[in-house]
Design a protein around this ligand. Structure first.
Ligand code: PMP
Length: 387
């Protein structure tokens, strides 16, 4: 049955009221508020208090290539990757950034400045994360140029391919598609390669990997991301970009991220406390509800994901991506249709695709997700009732 997430509770009337609310629901941005309830239950466990005299310097460790990286954060990042088994941290430089958005731009700068021929082509396979287009075009750099879909890319000369896995917007696991390694570099964006979204099938071991605090725990407001970088020259160039761009990264944010990441690592094997157990169940239940609505009509499509053995959970699990790549079976602008229902989504055209697809955030608060499911069910019925 399609209904509110808490519809079995005695306050079902107030839930019904919420379901019928007339507010605009913004599922365009992937604001990860879905996990707030988990952190509220932690109460003061991860509260961070910083005295006014502390963390005043620009510097953290002048002996480190990334001199503004707090040593405790570096340890916390390594410990977490070690516990989850999703990425190799050995023989790599960690570069911290104000979100992985800043690091992606730092990586474009670093990799393209190290090529002799410029501008370097930037590509990503369709459907791609729409922000890459802006990141690669906004400042109109002479170092690099956005060239769109990696699958149809056939220009000579150096290129950088952005590979997001699992992919934003469609949740698929991805590998590079351009195969001219001698003049190509790859940026692997692993924002969602965590066990609550996808089975951890291997320990990723690439030259340049990006991660973000935002999408692991939901703390997007802290603006912390990190890059694991093999080549010291690339790491140095990235640090140069970050130095010019923001002279480092907030130490308050690094301190908060350290505390929270350490808590994740500490509790990751305790079923009742583990954030990843909680996040996995939460995302799985949302996907089940979405699939139920979609499959009960014939208006919409969703990708199917193969189940796989997750090395972290030690069992075969399903994939529950952070975004739903929702399609409409008829040739129609699905974003506009949903907008009429006061649901804002990201049109497929922004991701290099057709407007009959939209990207829907699965990371909203419960109430917004409930309203979305409710409104989607009414569209599905509308379509089914059409002659
Ligand atoms: N990469 C991908 C694939 C994302 O979806 C996002 C967030 N939407 C980011 C990078 C950037 O995350 P942040 O800047 O919050 O670290």
């Amino acid at each position: 049955m399609v209904g509110c997430e808490n519809s079995k509770k005695s306050d079902s009337d107030s839930n019904k009221e919420k379901c019928l609310s007339d507010d605009v629901i913004n599922l365009d941005q992937g604001d990860p508020t879905v996990f707030q309830e988990y952190w509220m239950k932690k109460k003061d466990k991860c509260t961070v208090v910083i005295p006014a005299w502390d963390l005043m310097s620009y510097f953290s460790d002048t002996t480190n290539v990334c001199w503004f990286l707090e040593p405790e954060l570096e340890k916390a990042i390594k410990a977490l990757h070690g516990a989850i088994g999703n990425a190799a941290t050995e023989e790599r430089y960690i570069v911290v950034g104000t979100g992985s958005s800043q690091l992606c731009q730092a990586a474009l700068f670093a990799l393209s400045s190290l090529f002799e021929v410029k501008p370097v082509s930037i590509v990503a396979a369709v459907p791609y994360y729409s922000t890459y287009v802006e990141e690669a075009s906004y400042v109109q750099s002479s170092l690099y140029k956005w060239e769109g879909d990696a699958r149809t890319f056939d220009k000579n000369g150096p290129y950088i391919e952005l590979v997001t896995s699992p992919n934003n917007p469609d949740g698929t696991m991805r590998e590079p598609v351009v195969n001219r390694r001698e003049d190509g570099k790859v940026i692997h964006d692993f924002a969602y390669y965590w066990p609550h979204y996808t089975p951890i099938t291997r320990r990723q071991d690439h030259d340049l990997m990006l991660f973000t605090f935002s999408k692991i725990t939901g703390h997007a407001g802290s603006r912390i991301g990190w890059a694991l970088v093999k080549d010291v020259e690339v790491a140095k160039k990235m640090v140069q970009y970050l130095t010019i761009n923001s002279i480092g990264v907030s130490k308050e944010s690094q301190t908060r991220a350290t505390t929270i990441l350490n808590e994740l690592t500490k509790t990751c094997r305790t079923q009742s406390e583990s954030f990843f157990e909680y996040g996995y169940e939460k995302m799985k239940s949302r996907w089940e509800r979405l699939r139920e609505v979609v499959e009960s009509g014939d208006a919409f499509t969703l990708p199917n994901y193969p189940q796989a053995f997750c090395n972290f959970f030690g069992k075969t699990i399903s994939t529950s991506p952070a975004f739903a790549w929702l399609g409409y079976k008829e040739e129609r602008d699905l974003g506009s249709l949903l907008k009429e229902k006061k649901v804002l989504t990201r049109g497929g055209d922004r991701c290099g695709c057709d407007k009959k697809y939209v990207r829907v955030s699965m990371l909203s608060r419960d109430n917004d997700f409930d309203v979305f499911i409710h409104r989607l069910a009414t569209i599905k019925d509308l379509k089914c009732n059409q002659p």
